[in-house]
Design a protein around this ligand. Structure first.
Ligand code: SF4
Length: 402
């Protein structure tokens, strides 16, 4: 059964009622279990469970150390292109935003990768907007092949594809595929995605399973917190991860916990996931899904990241840029400005416009970063917290590829 079918059968309403109204007894019972059910997880998301946060945090920390050791893996996003044919109301890359756009050449991508390598990274997440003309399957395969020669671990976060379209990138060395559903609330999803193929909710929801069929062995999912009720999103993403663990059992599964950040387009979040609730969510996820990797990005401020690292996080990004060419300035010559999806100015003119509008002359980023510490600073911090920063992927390191 695909997750779309399972999701349609999931009685989200009744789990949400538990997540909103669990009693102290419910929370204590859930905390006493060896293996938690989705219902127990719902109890741990409740306002009542917030009063048990110290106990949840202690258990989450112990379980994470038992399953993952005292290590935190580091990765960096590498943006290939900010061209996109979709309109997502919350994203700076949306087709209709009049931003500076560029798609890096394969050589420029390698330049970016070498800059990251010099910082210590051996694990990159390749990110691109969805645009079949600029970000074709063959371009992605070429970039992956060139990157894999530099980096032992390459994952992709790109527009969803058919299983067959994924295969060339897997053959070229990509091992992970990340796709956020953004929101699991169908009504909000329809409201947020106003144009482009991303409007198809079910097609996106089945992406991880298609990627697994194509041979990816790391699957990353997530919801973008700030679009719909956080407890409902948390229940859905947890159910999704549980489904993938059962049906895509050869893959490692990770959950990312992005909260909306300011971006071009000035979208305001529709809902709030507070800092304390984010901590509660990390701990509840760890207790429900002990073997799932939990990912934290530079969207979050430094102090919160420092506090969350020992509680259940296994993978963090550092020193990130969310614009193509952000690490080296690569691609500047080809930057162009778009208006409502059409190119209106080429390189030189676009640069002037950018300067007069107060932009850097690099292409525009997807969203603003909150934690601007360098990779080296993050590695030192991780060590100070008593953990080992790991730059390369486990499996690749064990196989001697790194
Ligand atoms: S979220 Fe992704 S698909 Fe939507 S506009 Fe941004 S880059 Fe394009």
């Amino acid at each position: 059964m695909s997750f779309v079918a399972a999701f349609n059968e999931l009685s989200l309403e009744s789990f949400l009622a538990r997540a909103n109204g669990a009693s102290t007894g419910d929370v204590t019972r859930a905390l006493g279990r060896e293996r938690l059910s989705l219902g127990d997880f719902a109890d741990l998301l409740s306002p009542e469970a917030g009063a048990h946060l110290d106990e949840m945090a202690a258990r989450s920390q112990a379980l994470t150390r038992q399953r993952f050791g005292k290590v935190i893996r580091l990765f960096a996003p590498l943006y290939l292109s900010n061209e996109c044919i979709n309109n997502c109301k919350y994203c700076g890359f949306s087709r209709d935003n009049p931003i500076l756009r560029v798609t890096l050449s394969v050589d420029e991508v390698v330049r970016e990768a070498r800059a990251l390598k010099a910082q210590g990274f051996r694990n990159v997440l390749v990110v691109a907007g969805e645009h079949p003309k600029f970000v074709s399957t063959s371009y992605l395969a070429d970039c992956t092949r060139a990157l894999h020669a530099e980096m032992p671990s390459v994952s992709l976060e790109v527009g969803p594809m058919e299983t067959e379209e994924y295969r060339p990138t897997v053959a070229a060395g990509a091992e992970g595929l990340v796709v956020y559903q953004e929101t699991y609330d169908r009504a909000v999803y329809a409201e947020m995605h106003t144009a482009g193929p991303k409007r198809n909710f079910d097609w996106r929801l089945e992406t991880a399973e298609r990627a697994y069929a194509a041979g990816f062995r790391r699957l990353g999912i997530g919801a973008l917190f700030g679009l719909s009720d956080w407890r409902s999103e948390a229940l859905s993403v947890a159910a999704h991860a549980e489904h993938l663990l059962r049906h895509c059992w050869k893959a490692q599964v990770t959950i990312s916990l992005p909260r909306l950040r300011p971006s071009a387009g000035q979208f305001e979040p529709l809902t709030t996931l507070g800092d304390r609730e984010l901590v509660q969510l990390v701990c509840a996820l760890r207790l429900f899904l002990p073997d799932v990797g939990l990912v934290l990005s530079t969207r979050e401020p430094a102090r919160l990241r420092d506090g969350l690292i020992p509680l259940g996080i296994t993978l963090i990004s550092a020193g990130s840029h969310t614009e193509p060419g952000g690490y080296t300035g690569a691609g500047k010559e080809n930057i162009h400005r778009t208006e409502r999806g059409r190119i209106v100015e080429l390189a030189a003119g676009a640069s002037e416009w950018a300067e007069s509008a107060g932009h850097a002359t690099n292409a525009t980023g997807q969203f603003e970063i909150a934690d601007e510490r360098s990779a080296g600073e993050m590695a030192q911090l991780i060590q100070r917290l008593g953990y080992e920063p790991v730059w390369k992927d486990w499996d690749a390191a064990l196989a001697g590829k790194g």
